[in-house]
Write a protein that binds this ligand. Structure first.
Ligand SMILES: C[S@@+](CC[C@H](N)C(=O)[O-])C[C@H]1O[C@@H](n2cnc3c(N)ncnc32)[C@H](O)[C@@H]1O
Ligand SMILES: [Zn+2]
Length: 352
């Protein structure tokens, strides 16, 4: 038997799915569970149970339910529960959708193969206070597989420089709409795109009025293929590009509201040990992102202008000095979030 170790848990994963490269995703999940003071947690698609077991032991969450439809995963979860003396954890072998239609849980975590879309309607019904979602189908989300994106997320992705954030916002858009059908609203606390996946943490609010207000934060992105300009729009009626006059194309519907809550993120970051540099750094950048949709790839703009790109921090400082809002983004090291338009960004880059 090959025993593995992650965080405080010793576990086996033979014959079940386990991806050690997702440990950063789980580390951050544990920090979020701890800092949010979560009391009940459903790991709806558990595999070995590693995620839920860590939430139980490391975040001290009292009631943890570990579910997987596969018999062999269920048996593996039972052995891992007893191996770690976590007899308070409940193991269930059920279709996650059936379970989430039968029971409510304070917190639901979805970590499926590929798209969470087949589980979102039931999760939106079941989750009472928090919904955590991982999506590993970045090709449909980010516009590389257009038809699949439309089928899974009921939204048109467009392949652009800012495709990683657009994908995250398409996922958030579907979550907002599924929750609204249940008279619930969402407040995104932390959203990150890392490696091959998007991960988001949502706090939920109840009531039709809250849901209506939440849906007001849905919209579209008008994108100019010719010059790379983009702008958020509430209507699906594309206009010509304000900068170059070319026709624009639309991405969406997608979430245009806030995707990070800097206070929650800084509390979560304080739960992560100094040794865990990648997770800490990621949270630091997410927490300092300007609340503005999407970003410009300043390297690409510089290439078009035929100039040498400066450091991203210098570009951010120059934009701020010129009176614009600006920040870096965790979505890419060459991305600049700003309320300046493409022309203003070009002007600043030329002056640097
Ligand atoms: C990506 S793995 C989960 C990984 C795990 N959360 C982790 O952090 O290691 C997805 C799991 O979902 C299970 N699964 C697939 N469809 C399911 C369903 N309808 N209901 C419950 N479990 C399901 C699979 O058996 C698989 O173990
Ligand atoms: Zn244009």
């Amino acid at each position: 038997m090959n025993l593995l170790q992650e965080g405080a848990i010793t576990f086996e994963a033979e014959g079940v799915f386990f991806n050690p490269r997702m440990s950063l995703n789980r580390d951050i999940g544990i920090a979020m569970a701890k800092s949010l003071g979560i009391r009940e947690y459903l790991d709806a698609l558990s595999a070995s149970g590693i995620r839920g077991l860590r939430v139980s032991l490391e975040a001290g969450v009292r009631t943890v339910i570990l579910n997987d439809v596969s018999q062999s995963a269920y048996q593996c979860i039972l052995r891992n529960i007893s191996r770690n003396d976590l007899s308070g954890c409940e193991a269930i072998c059920c279709n996650a959708n059936a379970l989430m239609h039968l029971r409510h849980f304070e917190t639901v975590d979805l970590d499926p193969f590929g798209s969470p879309s087949p589980f979102l309607p039931a999760a939106a019904r079941s989750a009472q206070s928090f919904l955590f979602i991982t999506a590993t189908d970045t090709a449909p989300l980010c516009g590389a597989h257009l038809k699949s994106g439309v089928r899974k997320y009921m939204a048109f992705p467009v392949k652009t420089d800012y495709h990683r954030e657009m994908g995250a916002r398409i996922l958030l858009g579907l979550a907002a709409r599924e929750l609204a059908r249940r008279d619930k609203a969402m407040v995104p606390l932390l959203t990150h795109a890392t490696d091959h996946y998007v991960r988001t943490y949502l706090r939920l609010e109840h009531g039709a009025k809250m849901a209506d207000r939440c849906l007001e934060k849905m919209g579209y992105i008008e994108h100019c293929i010719k010059c790379g300009c983009f702008k958020a729009a509430s209507d699906p009626r594309p206009e010509n590009c304000a900068a170059c006059g070319s026709p624009t194309i639309l991405a969406g519907p997608l979430w245009l509201g806030q995707i990070q809550d800097s206070q929650v993120i800084s509390r979560a970051a304080s739960q992560i040990s100094l040794q865990n540099k990648n997770s800490k750094k990621l949270l630091e950048v997410c927490g300092s992102e300007a609340d503005l949709p999407l970003y410009y790839d300043h390297h690409r703009i510089c290439r078009r202008l035929g100039i040498t790109p400066k450091k991203a921090d210098q570009v951010v400082d120059a934009l701020r000095e010129a009176g614009w809002r600006a920040s870096r983004t965790h979505f890419t090291g060459v991305g600049i979030k700003t309320d300046a338009d493409a022309r203003d960004v070009e002007e600043i880059l030329m002056l640097l």
